[in-house]
Design a protein around this ligand. Structure first.
Ligand SMILES: C[S@@+](CC[C@H](N)C(=O)[O-])C[C@H]1O[C@@H](n2cnc3c(N)ncnc32)[C@H](O)[C@@H]1O
Length: 391
């Protein structure tokens, strides 16, 4: 296990927790051989009771490892709620995928109550049992009168439904496959094996047909890449999209995340890929360090997401930076600090808006991609901000 990183030292309890997950991984490796990186990522993030998202650590916010837009305050959720309101109201449902701490749900429900566009049900699809619990606690504390509308699902809705689906920073948390292009030597899959020192190490295996196919879709001209060239692909994205959104018969699906369209994703200068690990607000690049204590995430290939949505029967309708999206969704109105009582509250609101919208913060790095199915685009005027990109 490499330990060249300048990171805060985990507590003895945390180190013991990570050692338990490592032992579980080594046990699986002893049975089935080296784990494809996607399987490793799936286990370190979601292994019940031990994975990063399943084990009860704080994760989100100042005391955790990273901050997401809904954790900064209510502005992000209020803007998204306003943008999606025309697709909601009586007879409609809202589905949030990966609801984090529940902060988004509480603020969005409050906004729809103000706008009188509450959906009949607020459905949550959440992998982590621990986070489901946390979401219920947040909702009981922040939106007690509305919490009864929230229902956690064990699987995506199977029967046709109408309304809106939303996922913030979820696609970046889906387990990616890592490839290494070695030019004349060919294409290899990165896998995780047991190391002789008792830790874990990367190994490479000749690419299987599935990885070759994903590589072929992602990379237009392999000869233009430096060698070695390491990056990530999400071959299961179409299957995932169809599973979570397939039954949305009429409505809008909105995804916000950090990423690029494909032509900017697989650039020669990005030869180390986009995978990032987060531990206590430090980003690092070693996914094998302290498994279970770090968040692992990869930037989203928005072209792949658009293709996955299209294949599932949705029309990609708007691609824009988070800043443009929030402005089109009513940020200026919400940002009217004159309406907020108290200097501290005004300052904190101004800071929240800066973090969400400034280009050097989340404003440009994060993108919004909206899809429609059976829904009249004219009812969502903000779709006009579409910046477009080559599929
Ligand atoms: C980075 S967090 C973002 C949380 C929240 N949306 C926010 O913005 O604060 C990723 C969330 O997605 C959940 N998640 C990851 N993969 C999922 C999947 N396949 N289905 C449902 N939830 C998933 C995680 O457990 C976690 O709640």
């Amino acid at each position: 296990m490499s330990r060249t990183l300048d990171l805060p030292l985990p507590s003895p309890d945390e180190a013991a927790h990570s050692a338990r997950l490592s032992a579980l991984l080594r046990e699986e490796i002893s049975r089935v051989g080296a784990l494809d990186f996607a399987r490793y990522m799936e286990r370190v993030l979601y292994a019940p009771g031990l994975g990063y998202y399943s084990a009860g650590r704080t994760k989100f916010g100042a005391a955790g490892d990273f901050v997401t837009a809904p954790e900064l305050g209510a502005v992000f959720a209020r803007c998204v709620a306003r943008a999606l309101a025309p697709a909601l109201g009586a007879g409609r449902c809202f589905l949030e995928i990966g609801a984090g701490s529940g902060a988004f749900a509480a603020a969005a429900l409050a906004e729809w109550a103000r706008l009188d566009t509450l959906p009949d049900e607020y459905l949550v699809l959440e992998t982590s049992a621990d986070l489901r619990q946390r979401q219920a606690t947040t909702l009981a504390a922040r939106a007690p009168a509305l919490a009864a509308r929230v229902r956690w699902l064990d699987a995506p809705p199977a029967a046709p439904w109408r309304g809106a689906l939303f996922a913030n920073e979820v696609v970046d948390a889906l387990p990616v496959r890592m490839f290494c292009w070695r030019g004349a030597q060919g294409l290899f899959a990165r896998a995780v094996d047991a190391a002789p020192d008792g830790g874990l190490r990367f190994v490479e295996r000749a690419a299987d047909p599935g990885l070759w196919a994903a590589f072929g879709r992602a990379i237009e001209d392999p000869d233009a890449l430096p060698v070695p060239y390491v990056s990530e692909v999400l071959p299961r994205l179409p299957e995932w999209f169809a599973a979570v959104a397939g039954a949305l018969a009429e409505g809008v699906a909105l995804f916000i995340d950090y990423g690029y369209p494909r032509r900017e994703y697989y650039l020669p200068q990005r030869a180390m890929g986009t995978l990032v690990c987060h531990y206590r607000h430090r980003a690092h690049a070693d996914p094998l360090w302290m498994p279970g204590l770090c968040d692992l995430t990869a930037f989203v290939d928005f072209t792949a997401l658009a293709e996955a949505g299209y294949a599932a029967g949705f029309v990609p309708a708007c691609y824009a930076s988070q800043a443009r999206f929030l402005l089109a969704a009513g940020l200026a109105e919400i940002a009217d600090t004159g309406a907020v009582a108290g200097a501290v509250a005004r300052l904190s609101l101004a800071q929240e808006i800066r973090t969400l919208a400034l280009p050097g913060e989340m404003g440009e790095r994060f993108k919004a991609l909206a899809f429609l199915r059976g829904f009249d685009a004219a009812r969502l005027p903000w779709l006009a901000i579409d910046e477009g990109f080559r599929l």
